[in-house]
Ligand binder design. Structure first.
Ligand code: COA
Length: 358
């Protein structure tokens, strides 16, 4: 096959006959069964990889498609050009009239997986399909392959009109149909460089809008300042009186909430029924406690949370902690007449109205 011609050099692959170098000791070829030894030999190697890596596919079916003359395969070779061994590939069927290509099999030999070769092959296949002026990929992916295809830009949300592919594509039980659009202008064999260039462009644009490097004159001399926002640069940095006042009032509200919660806690600690809750349950004495109570809490922990100043951002969070503490007590001591059980009700009766009053 010679679908790829010498101008491939500009997309990062150096053409040598119909082989494209993709790094040290790696090259790619587009194959199709034309009966020649040159095509058949690597296709046999690729067929063996598909059979091994796709054990659920009947071997005879793999043979039929790989050697079918309507199917083509992009194969990745390891070794010197012309002498390498196939280490992975993708078999596909272009359906030019319907503007899509169907991916039949895709695999990388076990010892070479998760090294980026699956992506490399897919990118070259995309470039190849783009060259054939086909707009879409379609494939049936099984559950294991969905993640890989998703990383290659495939999606389960189909936008290709059904009439375009229905009856033209092989249906697999349990497979999920996925699609990928091939953009005519994306250089798929050079995506790393392209993304790098895009990032640099965005950062350049951001830099041109940033004012962080602007140095303002100081405030020595001149008219007396009455407002700190008149200091050159303060306003330009985005600070306004409203923002500062809002932050200050939020901070004040938080301080006030913590003070009120602390006051409730202090009053609770002075009651007669608080004794089971002042410190964590002794799990050495009650080893089964950890199994029964998955989320323990006690007043010592609640006090630390209040003192942290930023844990109880609302009274509802405090309410839930108190409720959980009492629920834990009743779960561990489920008999209503039990002394521990009784204290849970007393704590709730004491604390809840006070929380409501905040
Ligand atoms: N599920 C989820 N993610 C997967 C994945 C899977 N089965 N296989 C690979 N990925 C991820 C990789 O972690 C990597 O992610 P990253 O870019 O964030 O690091 C990305 O896909 C590409 O990995 P890459 O190293 O380029 O792929 P690969 O060389 O391992 O080849 C397969 C991927 C699927 C071809 C290969 O694992 C394989 O041959 N599997 C068995 C056959 C198979 O299931 N084929 C697909 C159906 S036809």
């Amino acid at each position: 096959m010679s679908e790829w011609t010498s101008d491939e050099a500009k997309v990062g692959c150096k053409a040598k006959k119909d082989a494209w170098s993709c790094g040290e000791n790696l090259y790619m070829r587009l194959l199709c069964n034309d009966g020649s030894h040159d095509q058949m030999k690597p296709l046999i190697q690729l067929k063996s990889i598909f059979s091994k890596q796709l054990p659920k596919m009947p071997p005879a079916y793999i043979v039929r498609l790989v050697f079918d003359r309507n199917h083509q395969s992009v194969a990745l070779f390891k070794g010197p050009v012309g002498k390498g061994k196939v280490i992975g590939g993708i078999c596909f069927r272009p359906c030019k009239e319907q503007d899509f290509a169907e991916i039949a099999f895709c695999a990388v030999t076990a010892s070479e997986q998760v090294k980026g070769f699956g992506t490399l092959i897919m990118n070259h296949l995309k470039a190849c399909i783009q060259k054939q002026k086909i707009g879409w990929f379609l494939t049936y992916a099984d559950n294991y392959a969905i993640g890989y295809f998703a990383k290659q830009g495939f999606t389960k949300d189909l936008t290709v009109a059904k009439k375009r592919w229905e009856g033209y594509i092989k249906d697999y039980d349990g497979g999920t149909m996925m699609q990928c659009e091939i953009h005519p202008q994306i250089d798929y064999t050079n995506t790393k460089e392209m993304i790098k260039a895009q990032r640099e462009h965005i950062f350049d644009k951001m830099r041109s809008h940033l004012k962080s490097e602007v140095v303002f004159d100081g405030v020595v001399g001149g008219p007396k300042l009455t407002d700190p926002y008149d200091i050159p640069g303060v306003h330009a940095s985005g600070w306004t009186k409203e923002i500062v006042e809002e932050l200050a009032s939020k901070r004040q509200a938080m301080i006030s909430l913590q003070e009120q919660l602390h006051s409730i806690l202090k009053d609770l600690l002075n009651t007669k029924f608080v004794w089971p809750y002042t410190k964590p349950v002794d799990v050495e004495r009650y080893p089964e406690y950890k199994k029964i109570i998955k989320d323990p809490i006690d007043l010592r922990m609640i006090k630390q949370r209040i003192l942290a100043g930023n844990f109880y951002t609302s009274k509802e969070i405090f309410r839930k902690d108190i409720q959980r503490m009492c629920d834990n007590c009743r779960t561990f001591n489920p008999t209503p007449g039990n002394a521990y059980y009784k204290t849970a009700g007393q704590v709730l009766d004491f604390v809840m109205p006070r929380i409501n009053a905040i």
